[in-house]
Design a protein around this ligand. Sequence first.
Ligand SMILES: NC(=O)c1ccc[n+]([C@@H]2O[C@H](COP(=O)([O-])OP(=O)(O)OC[C@H]3O[C@@H](n4cnc5c(N)ncnc54)[C@H](O)[C@@H]3O)[C@@H](O)[C@H]2O)c1
Length: 443
Amino acid sequence: MNVTVVGTGYVGLVTGACFAEMGNTVTCVDVDATKIEKLKEGIIPIYEPGLEALVTNNYSAGRLRFSTSLEEAMAGSNVYFIAVGTPPGEDGSADLQSVLTVARQIGRYMGEYCVVIDKSTVPVGTADKVCTAIGEELAGRKAEIPFDVASNPEFLKEGSAVGDFMRPDRIIVGTDSDRAREVLRELYAPFNRNHERTLFMGVRDAEMTKYAANAMLATKISFINEIANLCDALGVDVENVRKGIGSDSRIGYSFIYPGCGYGGSCFPKDVRALIHMADQCRLPAGVLQAVHERNESQKSVLAAKVRSHFGDDLTGLTLGVWGLAFKPETDDMREAPAIVLLGELVAAGARVIAYDPVAMEMARQVLPPKWFEDGTLRLTEHQYAALEGVDSLVLVTEWKPFRHPDFGAMKRMMKQPVIFDGRNQYDPAALRQTGFTYYGIGR
Ligand SMILES: NC(=O)c1ccc[n+]([C@@H]2O[C@H](COP(=O)([O-])OP(=O)(O)OC[C@H]3O[C@@H](n4cnc5c(N)ncnc54)[C@H](O)[C@@H]3O)[C@@H](O)[C@H]2O)c1
C-alpha cells in the first residue's frame, strides 16, 4: 500500500518505519523542515532503540520517504494517518489544532476515495470533527469525493516503541465503514500473522479505549505511590507489599512500582484530557482527579526527603542526580519528574551534577539556560563523574547501568554517603551495611 503519515514524531516515525518494513511505500510528512532534512541524512531526531536501523534501511530501499509537503505526499496514496501532537490546552483539554489543520489540508488536496486515520490520541468525538473539517474543504472545492475517517489509537511505549508496534498486544480500529475496515485489515495483516490482534469497534469506542488504557495505568501508579507514602509514615516496606499484592493474579506485578511520579508526553496529558471530557459531560471525575493530584505531589517527594535530611536550606551542598529522562530507554523529558526535582533542589540553594545515558542533549534544551550559565547545574559524561565530591546521590530514572553500580567506589567518591532512591532500585539493608544512609520511596 501507499501510505502517508502526517506528523513525524515518536508515533509517526515509528508507524511509518514499521509499515515500510512490511513492504509498504510510506511518506512521513512533518512541518518541521529541520527534522525532515535530518531524517533524509539518516539522523534520527529521537532516541528509540532499533529505530535508526529501521529508518535508514527502509529509506535506502526507497520504501520510506520524508517530506514537508503533504500535497506531494498525498499524490498516489489514499491512506492517511494523522499522528501529530495533541498537547494539553490551558484547561487540560487536548489541543486539536494540529489534527484539524491536517484534516483541512487533506480535504484540500484529496483527489479520490481515501481513508483518514486518527492515530494521535484524541478525545471522543474528534473523528466527527475531522470528518466535518474535510467535508467543509471539499464543499469549498465543490468536490464530491467519498472518504472515511477511522480511529486507530497507538499504544506503543517509548523505549520499546518498535517492538510494541511490530508485536502489539492489540490493534484497536474504530470505524463504521466496511471499506475502511478492509483497508486497515489489509494494512495490519502482517502484524497479525501469529494470531489476530485487531479489535474492530465503533469510532468513539476506539477513541475512549486509548484514554481509558492510559488512565488505568496512571491510576495503578498513583495508587501504589499513595500506599508507599503511607508505608513511609507507618514503618512498612512497600516493596514487600508490592510483591504481596502483585502475586494476586487479579492485580499483577506491572505498573505497581512505587516511585517519584510518572511523566512523559502521554499519562499526564491524557488523564487531564479525560477529566476535561468528564467536566464537559458534567460528570464527576474524582478518581482521575486524585490520580493526577497524587502524581503532581509525588514529583516533590524526593526533594522533600532531601530537605528533611539536610534541612530546608541546601546552600553549599552539591547533589548528584542519576537520570533525567522520564523513563529509561528514551531521551524524552516531557513532564519528567527530574524537572520538578531539579527546580526544587535549585530553589533550596543546592548545586547539582547530573548524568543521563541519553537525555543530556534534551536536558540542555528544556532546562533553564541560567542553571548552566551560573554553574548551578553541570552535566557530566559519565555516571560516576556525577558523584565526585557530592553530598548525596538522587536516583530519578531507573536506567540499567544504575541498577547495580559499584557502591564501594561510590562511597569513596562522595563527600557524604547518602542515597535518595526515587525508584526503589537498591537494597536498603545492604546499603546501610556498606555505610550509606538510604532513603527509598515507602520503605
Ligand atoms: N509518544 C508516545 O509515547 C505516544 C504513544 C501513543 C500515542 N501518542 C500520541 O500520539 C500523538 C503524537 O505524539 P508524539 O509523541 O509522536 O508527538 P511528537 O511531538 O513527538 O510529534 C508530533 C509531530 O507532529 C508534527 N506536526 C505538528 N503539526 C503538524 C502539521 N500540521 N503537519 C505536519 N506535522 C505536524 C510536529 O512537528 C512533530 O514532529 C499524540 O496525540 C500523543 O498523545 C504518543
